[in-house]
Design a protein around this ligand. Structure first.
Ligand code: TYD
Length: 134
């Protein structure tokens, strides 16, 4: 048994006629944010992700609904449910998948790099080869 792959962070949550959660650098997000993207209106139960990044660090918040996040480091695979008051870092060279989207699910992602398709590894065997090469 190694260390947990998915270390969720309980986000600060202010209860005031609803809830207000926040994240800030460097407390929760240990990188300079160069990009923010969000996913909404996804087809029910169509898996997303299925890739790893070579350099981009990301912080995920499922700000509405919940998703099952899977992480796989090439040796072990783990999954956890993300809800609006939890965040999680996804480091480079971590294969990840997001399952269980519903039409009203919203996933917010803060990223360390601008979008660059060449930063993706989208094939699982290529991912294994890439990490095994060192
Ligand atoms: P992708 O990262 O594969 O999303 P998911 O893993 O959720 O399915 O991106 C889907 C498409 O959107 C792909 O064609 C790349 C494009 N894209 C951008 O143009 N900019 C971005 O910041 C991101 C994250 C994706």
């Amino acid at each position: 048994m190694g260390a947990e792959l998915i270390k969720t962070i309980a986000l600060p949550k202010v209860e005031d006629d609803g809830f207000l959660c926040f994240v800030q650098t460097p407390d929760h997000i240990p990188f300079n944010i160069q990009r923010v993207y969000y996913i909404y209106g996804a087809s029910p139960d169509k898996d997303r992700g299925h890739h790893a990044h070579k350099a981009t660090r990301q912080f995920f918040i499922c700000e509405q609904g919940n998703i099952e996040l899977v992480m796989d480091n090439g040796q072990r695979r783990e999954s956890k449910i993300l809800e609006p008051d939890t965040g999680v870092m996804i480091e480079p060279l971590m294969w990840h998948e997001m399952h269980g989207f519903k039409p009203d699910t919203r996933l917010l992602v803060l990223a360390s790099h601008r979008f660059d398709e060449s930063d993706y590894i989208r094939n699982y065997q290529e991912f294994l080869d890439y990490i095994n090469r060192g």
